[in-house]
Design a protein around this ligand. Sequence first.
Ligand SMILES: *Cc1c(COP(=O)(O)O)cnc(C)c1O
Length: 382
Amino acid sequence: MAEPKRITTTLSSMPPFEEYVDEIRPLWESHWLSNWGSIEKRFIAQLNDYLHCPEISLYDHGHSAIEAVIESLELTGEVITTPFTFASTTHAIVRRGLTPVFADVKADDFTIDPASVERCITPRTSAILAVHVYGNLCDDDSLREIADRHGIKLLYDAAHAFGVEKDGVPAACLGDASMFSFHATKAFHTIEGGAACIHVKGWTPEQNHDFRVMLDQKMNFGTTGKQVYGYVGPNNKMNEFEAAMGICNLRHLDEYIDRRRAAAERYWERLGDVAGINLCRPKANTKHNFVYMPAIFDQDVFGASRDQVQAALLEDNISCAKYFYPLTNDLDCYRGKPGFDPADTPVAMRAAAGALSLPLSSYLTTEDVDRVCDIVLSCAGR
Ligand SMILES: *Cc1c(COP(=O)(O)O)cnc(C)c1O
């Protein structure tokens, strides 16, 4: 018997090939392949508009953007963050020489719990680094209030939230800065890439502008002028080919998201009422991007474990991912270090034990979703 059609957790969105070729064709004339060429400049202008943010730095990766913002805001001591995220968020704090302090998450949408953040505040806290998990926006009002009251910065790892809006306001506008990942597997991508959106509360537009210029200089070896190196900086620049992919994908983003929504709605239809599965559906007043199809299994109620469901899918040539397991306060590289203990964040620990991201992409058909759902349902009560 032939192998059943392979279904992957994600599948990168591809713009029409000819469109991409048209975008990159001028590069053969200009020979200008990186360092803020005309394509990158055009891409930034489009992002300024799309994200409602005048100060945006483009990076080679989302992770570079997070590290750069942490470093350049000159944060010190402790940063309160969530363990229910990709390793990148926590690594960025640690690699900048700071101490992550882990707050727990909310049981409904798995974003950081403001009440838990409040309990983590100490005189050494300099910032909160929260994550819009699965594209679900954090409780920004409560986090902002806490940050203001304690005079600390509020940063967002918005890697999952490109295209997400609440009451017409893009996720990029939240916090003192928001960082995006444009990695190939995200809802919007530039192959590899990322961005920092700067809008520090209390700063003038000029101060935000100057800070953004500094980020651009620092990511280019710290060059502040011809033969002048004002900073000790790395090389984290995006290139023209990536920016061209961004321009093409931005043009088609609405279609990609519509197709993802159609697949997500089919999942909700098939699995939404099943006891023991939390599909973590987006809130009513948000425009969502359907970046992932999270399903959190409660083994006691559903009757099968997350791992059993994953194994059953794999048997039928369907892959899915344990986003987010293990928690970042349980990663091998941190094991035994003070402050890294998943038991401190019980809600996140429970979520991590049951979390499975089912396949979702802009290419998934209704038949594909039904095949996944049939297998998931067959696991119930096993
Ligand atoms: C993908 C991701 C990142 C890292 O982005 P890169 O562009 O791959 O560096 C950071 N945080 C979260 C939550 C992510 O999902």
